[in-house]
Design a protein around this ligand. Structure first.
Ligand code: AMP
Length: 281
C-alpha cells in the first residue's frame, strides 16, 4: 500500500525509520498529472533503491506565467493510483503553505547554462526549480534522484546545484518516453484539442529529419532547416530552436568543437507550450 504524506514532519519520520534499517531511498520529483514518462522514472528508481518516494507538487515559484500555473493539470487521486500500480512506496503531496510558509527569497545564479533556451524565455523559472528541488533534497535526503532528459536544461541546472552545494546524492538521467507517434509525453499534452494533437508529433519528426543531415550540414544550416520546417506548419509558433553542446548548453558553431551536440525546440501549439530535444551525436 502506498503511503501518502501531506506534511514534511510525517514524511521524515517515515523515512528515518527506513534509513535506520539501512534502506536506500530514491526520489522522483514531479508536478503530477502523471503519465508513462513519470512512471518510467519510478520504475527505474525502484530497481536501484529499496524505497522510492515521489513528490507531486505544482511549484508556484517556477511559473513565470500565472495562467500557465492556474491551468496546469491536476489529477491527484489518479496520480496516487498510478504511483501505487508501479510499486512506489510513498508520495509527498504538500500544500503550498507547507512548502513555503514564509516568503521565498532565495536567488540562484547558474551562470551561462541558465541564460539560454528555457532560462532566457522563462525568467525566474530555474530559480524556482532550484528552490523546490533543493528543498525536496533536504526534506527527503535521497541517495539518488531521477530526472527526465525531456527537461535536459533543468537537469544541467540541478547537476550544478548538487555540485555547487556539495549535496550528497546521485542525479540519475532518464530517457525521454514518447507516445507511439513520437510525441514526447507531457502533462500538458492533455490540453491539446484533436487537431493540435494530430499535428504535435511533427515536433519530434522534424528533429529526426534534420538530425539525419549531420554529415552534410553545419549547425547553422541544420538550425535553419528546422526553423523552416516548423514555420511550414501553421499551428506551430516557434519560440526557439537551438543546437547546443550538451556539456555547457552553449550554441555549437562547428561540430568538431563538442563531444555531444543536441537539438532543442520550444514552441507554442494552441494553448500549450511544448519542448523537446534530440541528441545529434
Ligand atoms: P514534471 O511533472 O513535468 O515536472 O516532470 C517531472 C519529471 O518527469 C522531470 O524529471 C521530467 O523531466 C520527467 N518527465 C516528464 N516527461 C517525461 C517524458 N516524456 N519522459 C521522461 N521523463 C519525463
Amino acid at each position: 500500500m502506498i503511503q501518502v504524506f501531506n506534511y514534511i514532519a510525517d514524511l521524515q519520520t517515515y523515512l528515518k525509520a527506513k534509513r535506520d534499517s539501512g534502506l536506500s531511498v530514491g526520489l522522483v520529483p514531479t508536478m503530477g498529472a502523471l503519465h508513462e514518462g513519470h512512471l518510467s522514472l519510478i520504475r527505474r528508481a525502484k530497481k536501484e533503491n529499496d524505497i522510492v518516494v515521489a513528490s507531486v507538487f505544482v511549484n508556484p515559484v517556477q511559473f513565470n506565467n500565472r495562467a500557465d500555473l492556474e491551468k496546469y493539470p491536476r489529477t491527484p487521486e489518479k496520480d496516487v493510483k498510478l504511483l501505487e500500480s508501479v510499486g512506489c512506496d510513498a508520495v509527498f503531496m504538500p500544500s503550498v503553505q507547507e512548502m513555503y510558509p514564509t516568503e521565498v527569497t532565495d536567488r540562484y545564479d547558474f551562470g551561462i547554462i541558465e541564460r539560454v533556451m528555457e532560462g532566457a524565455c522563462r525568467p525566474g523559472h530555474f530559480n524556482g526549480v532550484a528552490i523546490v528541488v533543493r528543498k525536496l533534497f533536504e526534506i527527503v535526503e535521497p541517495d539518488r534522484a531521477y530526472f527526465g532528459e525531456k527537461d535536459f536544461q533543468q537537469q544541467a541546472i540541478i547537476r550544478k546545484l548538487v555540485h555547487d552545494y556539495n549535496l550528497k546524492l546521485e542525479i540519475v538521467p532518464c530517457d525521454i518516453v514518447r507516445e507511439k507517434d513520437g510525441l514526447a509525453m507531457s502533462s500538458r499534452n492533455m490540453r491539446l484539442n484533436d487537431e493540435e494533437r494530430a499535428i504535435a508529433p511533427m515536433i519530434y519528426k522534424v528533429l529526426q529529419e534534420v538530425v539525419a543531415n549531420v554529415e552534410t550540414m553545419s549547425p547553422a544550416e541544420m538550425k535553419a532547416l528546422a526553423l523552416k520546417k516548423y514555420s511550414d506548419i501553421k499551428q506551430f509558433d516557434v519560440e526557439y530552436v537551438e543546437i547546443a553542446d550538451e556539456a555547457n548548453l552553449q550554441s555549437v558553431t562547428d561540430w568538431k568543437d563538442c563531444e555531444h551536440a543536441r537539438i532543442f525546440v520550444a514552441l507554442q501549439l494552441g494553448p500549450v507550450r511544448l519542448i523537446d530535444n534530440l541528441r545529434i551525436f
